[in-house]
Design a protein around this ligand. Structure first.
Ligand code: ARG
Length: 268
């Protein structure tokens, strides 16, 4: 996670960002600390990446890389405003003992568009990550990559529309992985693909999606999600998860929430 010390909305690269709307930096910092402390209270280790004054979106740490089995695929950002973040993330991994850190050839915005199950990578395209990055990730991680087409600009990254709740066993047929998603974010074909892969998925409605309810992090038991996504709490409980509502409204002004600010270190 990267503290929002330099967070601001000075440009707009997604429909949620309005540079005319003021950001309360102290509140952003407090909300971010709440999330970090909640992870720690649940027993998770949180590493902090030093914020950089030139990169106001760096708080959205999930975009900086994808880590699977301890192997790191770096990011290549779509917009010039964020280009420089990729090298800062790659340096952090190299400095922290990750031996395999690949500088990607194709545009990919890390876990913004790559969701990881034990069997597959689900990969978004349409607004940010290049379809070519899917083949690159498949070759590098040696896992099947399933491409999904995003069609609604409000859900410009896969992680704004889909969340892996349970990564599954890694067995054939997806190993019973469980996801929740908002169908309206996907093309008709991709909706059909998702229905085929995950017939028992938790389907989110438009209101919970707009509250960024899919931008959640699950450890397989606890699901941390924006507290405003009220419609997701009961269905999550019914499935045996413990939903934990977080308030990250200041960061939503940048177009991100719980998942966007959390890069997961899958050490394997
Ligand atoms: N302002 C950032 C951008 O548009 C937000 C990124 C959100 N991150 C995410 N994983 N969806 O690039």
């Amino acid at each position: 996670m990267c503290p929002p010390a330099h967070f601001r909305v000075s440009y707009s690269i997604n429909p949620w960002m309005n540079p005319d709307k003021p950001v309360d930096l102290a509140l952003a910092q407090a909300q971010w600390e709440d999330l970090r402390d909640r992870y720690r209270a649940l027993g998770h280790t949180v590493e902090e990446l030093a914020p950089h004054p030139e990169f106001p979106d760096m708080v959205f740490a999930a975009n900086g890389a994808t880590v699977v089995d301890g192997r790191v695929l770096g990011a290549r950002f779509a917009f010039a405003e964020r280009h420089g973040e990729a090298a800062v993330h790659a340096r952090w991994y190299r400095d922290h003992g990750f031996a395999d850190v690949r500088t990607p050839q194709n545009v990919n915005e890390g876990e913004g568009d790559f969701a990881v199950t034990a069997s597959w990578l689900l990969a978004g395209r349409g607004f940010r990550s290049s379809p070519l990055s899917h083949a690159e990730a498949q070759e590098y991680f040696a896992r099947p990559v399933l491409g999904l087409d995003l069609v609604d600009p409000r859900y410009y990254h896969l992680d704004t529309a889909l969340c892996v709740l349970d990564a599954g066993s890694g067995g054939p047929g997806g190993g019973a992985a469980e996801v929740m998603y908002y169908p309206g974010a996907f093309s008709a074909g991709s909706r059909a693909v998702l229905a085929r892969l995950f017939p028992d998925a938790l389907i989110a409605g438009a209101g919970d999606a707009a509250a960024f309810g899919l931008n959640a992090v699950s450890d397989g038991l606890h699901v941390l999600l924006p507290q405003a996504a009220v419609g997701l709490f009961a269905p999550l409980r019914e499935r045996g998860y413990e939903p934990i509502g977080m308030d990250l409204t200041e960061l939503l002004k940048g177009g991100g929430s719980v998942k966007c600010v959390t890069a997961e270190l899958r050490l394997g």
